[in-house]
Design a protein around this ligand. Sequence first.
Ligand SMILES: [Zn+2]
Ligand SMILES: [Zn+2]
Length: 175
Amino acid sequence: MLIDLSKILVHEGIQQKAEILPEGDKFSCKLGDFSYADKFPVELTIAHTGNQILKITGEGKVSVWIPCSRCLEPVLHTFFIQIDEEADMKLTEQERIEALDESNFIQGKQLDTERLLHNEILIRWPMRVLCKEDCKGICSRCGANLNQGSCDCDTADLDPRMAVISDIFKNFKEV
Ligand SMILES: [Zn+2]
Ligand SMILES: [Zn+2]
């Protein structure tokens, strides 16, 4: 969604409110495409604090299905979005690029809400997502989800490092 900022820029001290939603049914980034679960409106406030400076604040949440890092089962992950940005509208597009300004959500005299939300989700992207703390993952040989039971793969020639661990477990059982 594009919000026209030309009116608010004429008057200092005024603000404008908007409810924004992520567009489409997937969040797409370099990591892949992730389906949105529920969409809740993010309440946005754009305030002209003076001297062509806009303060953009907002709060809301976005839920996305992300595969478990170990077993790849989809896990519902909710991002709590808290927007707190400032945009100097005096800068030209070129000056913005040169200043490495991250407000790429400003396009001319418009606010691109999709880019704004995209940035906010991306900076909060989790390092890893687990369906549960002790997820057993998938068998590296047959791909079976080991949370649903063990597979029939011969585990005798395990990775030697893993064999040491299984020996330790055997010893524990014997004690
Ligand atoms: Zn898992
Ligand atoms: Zn297996």
